[in-house]
Ligand binder design. Structure first.
Ligand code: ADP
Ligand code: DP6
Ligand code: CO
Length: 344
């Protein structure tokens, strides 16, 4: 007797970056963040979860390699889903006692600054919710796995409200607009480096919170205004202003990394070259047509409108003649887009 569920979930790339926690255990951020959720059919995590009475322990395989399940975040997600299932009486007490095996693969580089933790935990939690027939919203459980994961549960443009409550009850993600609102929006992912980052996002932001003066300034004086402004640009479909805020926020986030002590360097010379190319391109166009943003890694995400894609791809092919790394993706429509197969 066993039950298996397989789900896929998308990455999301922030335009206002989350960087810094006020609570490490509950994963409560210091600032609001805003992101776009990308198409699952281009970049996704795919996760199968299986419960069986014969399983002796909870186990996880990530990209074919066995990892330790004694990871507090995995355990918190599983326990929270099981607690919801017990509350909702959605499965039998016996089923709740069975151990779980998890098998997940990402079809893009893991731990390289392309939001694998967001897709990975959104996927894991969605699969577990389906396995345990949990009906209530799972975004806040995904947040317990990785903060950015709470945004990948929704499609289109998403805001994660930092909240003020100690228990995290108001630290929730909500959709600003679904993908159909701005169907011309595209993301172009440029893989600069596939290797695992030396400093995880979790450790990096901890160092920044402890040591960066600039981080305090950002949280108090920059993010609140930027968040409202960028939401307005999304609602009004004002690409040039959206792009400007996106680039400034990425730059500020990496400035905070450098302001941390010891400094954290996620971008490489190639990342900086991409920044230079984008600014040159926009200058030649006479208006902002492309935005870059970099998460905690060297890889670029360019936001642009669909009509710009052929020109920008040709420019990139000219600048990087031996590279064929780009993923072109639109935005995903809804969280319900997560597709599931159930085998009993
Ligand atoms: P990224 O920039 O890719 O999000 P992070 O440093 O935030 O990098 O997180 C990487 C970690 O996220 C991995 O080391 C792993 O623990 C976890 N992770 C990544 N993908 C998955 C997945 N598909 N399922 C479960 N956990 C994942
Ligand atoms: C730069 O969500 O990966 O990508 O909550 O510790 O798992 P943890 O960190 P994570 O941090 C993401 C940082 C970022 C910006 C963002 O996605 O908002
Ligand atoms: Co991450």
């Amino acid at each position: 007797m066993s039950k298996i569920v397989t789900m896929i979930a998308p990455v999301n790339i922030a335009v206002i970056k989350y960087w810094g926690k006020r609570d490490e255990e509950l994963i409560l951020p210091l600032n609001d963040s805003v992101s776009a959720t990308l198409d699952t059919n281009v970049m996704c995590a795919k996760t199968s979860v299986c419960a069986r009475p014969e399983f002796f322990e909870n186990e996880i395989w990530l990209n074919g390699k066995k990892e330790s399940f004694t990871n507090q975040r995995l355990e918190n997600c599983l326990h929270e889903i099981q607690a919801r299932a017990a509350d909702e009486k959605s499965v039998s007490v016996e089923f709740l006692s069975w151990k779980v095996h998890v098998c997940s693969v990402n079809n893009f580089p893991t731990a390289a600054g392309l939001a694998s933790s967001a897709a990975g935990y959104a996927c894991l939690v969605s699969a577990l919710a389906k396995l345990y027939k949990v009906k209530s919203d799972v975004s806040s459980i995904a947040r317990l796995g990785s903060g950015s994961a709470c945004r990948s549960v929704y499609g289109g443009f998403v805001r994660w409200h930092a909240g003020v409550n100690h228990d995290g009850s108001d630290s929730v993600a909500s959709q600003i607009a679904d993908a159909s609102h701005w169907p011309e929006m595209r993301a172009l992912i440029l893989v600069v480096g596939e290797t695992k980052k030396k400093i995880s996002s979790t450790s990096g932001m901890r160092i920044s919170v402890q040591t960066s003066e600039l981080l305090k300034h950002r949280i108090e004086y920059c993010v609140p205004l930027r968040t409202e402004e960028i939401i307005k640009t999304i609602r009004e479909k004002n690409f040039a202003k959206f792009a400007e805020i996106t680039m400034k926020d990425s730059n500020q986030f990496h400035a905070i990394c450098l302001d941390s002590y010891p400094p954290i360097v996620y971008m490489t010379d190639v990342s900086h070259y991409i920044i230079e190319l984008v600014h040159k391109y926009n200058k030649t166009c006479g208006e902002i047509k492309v935005a870059y943003t970099f998460d905690a890694g060297p890889n670029a995400c360019l936001y642009l409108l669909d009509k710009e894609v052929p020109k920008v791809v040709s420019l990139l092919k000219y600048a990087f003649p031996t590279s064929n790394s780009e993923f072109i993706t639109g935005l995903s429509v809804q969280a319900e887009e997560l597709t599931g197969d159930e085998l009993t």
